[in-house]
Design a protein around this ligand. Structure first.
Ligand code: GTP
Ligand code: MG
Length: 348
């Protein structure tokens, strides 16, 4: 290399951009997400974050907190001037708004986490109900072996594919039944393990056969271990199982598969979350910091309710500000002073 030039270290350009103030921390973090994204949707969210969407989303919340802090600071600094800047009801109202904003952001992580990390979907059920057929159908490839012999699948088979832009790890499992056979029993243990580990479980039933006690047990067990959906497969044959509600599909003909996909997405992205692309956080670090903020805000609320002096209340508010600063960049004493003077016109 001439003139002392050398190849850049991994992440060096991003680090320099951050150190020189060209990118804030969430933007720099999103560069990594953008590189690591495996679906277009992930890339789009990451690109928005590189563009500063996280700090933009936090700005109103941080603003409200800074306003409350300066209000109280002013009350303390100019106490002898008899300006009653902050009655308790007003403080509580402002706190409520900030708390609601933080809660919305924390809740958004339920979906944001899936956007960032993807999620695992386990397909379980009795032998021969068509789990492997459904697995292949959802993946749109012949990945797992399908036969009419009950007990075909013996081990966990998994494959990742995009569902609505979210990377989903689909997992096919061994059919669950009482078995004396060692290999099958070990497979079934794994099925239960998968069910416990998955973010969402599809319990597959054979719609052409009467519902068994074992099916009900499985539905019950899946719903206890987290999110689950009942899928009635083989509706192209007779339709016997109508005792339980669920998605009616045929892995053989493809009937109902589109609706099932939509239902799976609806389970992981409740409401309109998906469309509020700017509105959710995807980083575990950000979520944990917001939880710290939330705790400090709760302490602040208690302080007001217990009529604790504003000096102490301010400590809680600064504690609430610090994690937000850790995300968006630090607040300086000047930021607060400027607010005091601009909003109250004290001293003119
Ligand atoms: N008519 C009809 N047959 C189906 C459907 N889905 C699966 N089958 C048939 O049902 C049989 C069992 O299918 P598999 O997908 O191997 O079932 P499985 O639940 O994975 O079975 P195990 O691995 O043994 O637990 C095969 O003969 C499939 O062709 C369907 O929607 N309609
Ligand atoms: Mg199978």
């Amino acid at each position: 290399m001439q003139f002392g030039a050398r190849p850049a270290e991994p992440g060096e350009f991003t680090l320099r951009a951050y150190l020189n103030g060209r990118l804030d921390l969430p933007q720099a973090e999103a560069v990594r997400d953008l590189i690591e994204s495996t679906t277009l949707y992930q890339a789009r969210i990451a690109a928005q974050q590189v563009d500063g969407s996280v700090s933009r989303r936090m700005a109103p919340l941080k603003n409200k907190l800074l306003e409350l802090i300066s209000l109280l600071e002013a009350g303390i600094d100019f106490a002898e001037d008899d300006i009653d800047v902050a009655p308790d009801a007003e403080i509580l109202r402002r706190l409520g708004e900030i708390e609601a904003d933080v809660d919305t952001l924390i809740r958004s992580f339920t979906f944001g986490r899936f956007v960032h990390n993807g999620f695992t979907l386990a397909i379980v059920g009795r032998p021969n109900v068509g789990k492997s057929s459904l697995f292949n159908r959802l993946l749109e490839q012949d990945r797992a072996i399908v036969t009419d012999i009950p007990g075909t699948t013996r081990d966990v088979v998994s494959e990742t594919a995009s569902l609505g832009g979210i990377p989903v790890r689909f997992v096919d499992t061994a059919g669950i039944r009482d078995s004396d056979e060692l290999v099958e029993r070990l497979g079934i243990e794994r099925s239960f393990q998968m069910m416990a580990d998955a973010d969402l479980t599809l319990v597959v039933l054979d719609a052409s056969e009467p519902l068994l006690g074992a099916d009900r047990e499985l539905i019950e067990r899946a719903s206890q271990s987290g999110r689950s959906l009942v899928v009635l497969n083989k509706v192209d044959k007779a339709d016997a199982v109508d005792a339980v509600p669920g998605s009616r599909v045929s892995a053989l003909t493809g009937e109902g598969i589109g609706e099932l996909r939509a239902q799976i997405l609806a389970m992981i992205a409740p409401g309109e979350t998906r469309d509020q692309e700017e509105g959710f956080i995807t980083s575990l670090r950000h979520e944990q910091l917001l939880r710290e903020t939330r705790e400090a805000l709760a302490d602040a609320r208690n302080a007001v309710n217990n009529r604790i002096p504003h000096e102490m209340l301010l400590l809680d508010l600064y504690r609430a500000l610090r994690p937000i600063d850790a995300i968006t960049g630090a607040t300086t004493a000047d930021d607060i002073l400027n607010r005091i003077f601009s909003t109250f016109c004290i001293g003119k």
